[in-house]
Design a protein around this ligand. Structure first.
Ligand SMILES: Nc1nc2c(c(=O)[nH]1)N[C@H]1C(S)=C(S)[C@@H](COP(=O)(O)O)O[C@H]1N2
Ligand SMILES: [Mo]
Length: 339
């Protein structure tokens, strides 16, 4: 039985109790699809690499896999995670805190394939196109597509993924092949990947232009949504639970702008207390944290706040923007401490 909490027919949230440090079952991993899941014939499927490259390619899955393989434990988070905590709540999928999940992904390092294609010096971005199609305003029918800057695409983190937790990718998560851009919000990790195109000008496709910060007090106006903002979540106890006075509070923290430096916990309006943090099980894996405390009986609100190695810290209040992206406010849960 799947534990996902459906938001609508295409989008479903992961249960917080399953978040890190281990991979979550694929059936618990959140799903976010803008269009219907396309039907893909895996035998006929090919990946094309074209545009401003010296050696264009059209690859079967086994040809792609000959470029190498690596496995990483990765935290994937949707830019809309936490949207409903903004005031007023912007339009868009009404995510609470369940649009983030952790799995072990296996695939071919993107940089290896791109190097073999010999991109021209003037390449500014690579455009990744999926097989899913749908109607958007004002363009009409389009395929889902997103781009990465040439430098990010050629770095050692993006992967062309065909397996999740050692099992073939499922249709909902982009079978037979998806891009995975660890450290960047989920919209860049294009599912049902069919082509990679090297271009000299910044890509202006619908989704690339939609995922921008508008009216955000922290980002510059119109800036593309990219690196995941630092966040911690409390995974134990859960919202609304009855707990004993002596308890261990714990959760996961991650950031696309650095490594997690510290996590602090606060009870009601008290002082921030430093939690213990563990070493994450990979470059893009969540950092587990915990703190054992004795709480006073009654209703208590527990909050957590993470800092990363580049000096970013979670804000105490939601940072609002027009499309409801990247709301990384401190996480709080209210529990009942039994006498
Ligand atoms: N082709 C395609 N890729 C896509 C999307 C999509 O709608 N179509 N949604 C993106 C968004 S917004 C997110 S958050 C992630 C979600 O990946 P998941 O469904 O495997 O969790 O996929 C991204 N890749
Ligand atoms: Mo997303």
């Amino acid at each position: 039985m799947t534990e996902l909490v459906p938001l609508d027919e295409l989008n479903a949230a992961a249960p917080l109790s399953r978040l890190g440090p281990d991979p979550m079952p694929v059936g618990s991993f959140y799903t976010r699809s803008n269009f219907e899941v396309p039907t893909v014939d895996p035998e006929a499927w090919r990946l094309t690499v074209s545009g401003l490259v010296g050696d264009p390619m059209k690859l079967s899955m086994s040809e792609l896999r000959s470029f190498g393989e690596s496995t990483e434990l990765v935290t994937l988070e949707c830019a809309g995670n936490g949207r409903i905590y903004m005031d007023p709540v912007p339009d868009g999928a009404p995510w609470g805190m369940g649009a983030v999940s952790v799995a072990e992904f296996t695939g071919t390092p993107l940089a290896r394939l791109l190097a073999a294609a010999h991109p021209a010096d003037e390449v500014a971005e690579f455009v990744f196109t999926g097989l899913d199609r749908g109607r958007v305003e004002p363009e009409g029918d389009i395929n889902y597509a997103f781009s990465l800057a040439a430098g990010e695409a050629a770095s050692d983190s993006p992967m062309l993924v065909w397996a999740m937790n050692g099992e073939p990718l499922t249709p909902a998560h982009g079978a037979p092949l998806r891009l995975l851009a660890p450290g960047t919000y989920g919209m860049a990790s294009v599912k049902w990947l069919t082509s990679i195109t090297a271009v000299a000008e910044p890509f202006t496709g619908h989704f690339r232009m939609k995922y921008r910060y508008l009216g955000d007090p922290v980002a510059s106006e119109g800036e593309h949504v990219g690196p995941i903002r630092v966040r911690s979540l409390i995974t134990r106890p859960l919202e609304g639970e009855d707990v004993a006075a002596d308890l261990e509070i714990g959760g996961a923290a991650w950031s696309g702008t650095g490594t997690i430096e510290s996590v602090a916990v606060r009870i009601d309006d008290g002082v921030w207390m430093e939690a213990e943090i563990e070493t994450p099980r990979g470059r893009f894996a969540p950092t587990p944290w915990s703190l054992s405390l004795r709480l006073e009986p009654g209703s208590r609100t527990i909050a957590s706040r993470a800092n990363d190695s580049t000096g970013n810290v979670q804000p105490l209040e939601s940072i609002w923007n027009e499309n409801g992206y990247a709301n990384n406010l401190v996480h709080a849960v209210t529990v009942w401490v039994v006498d």
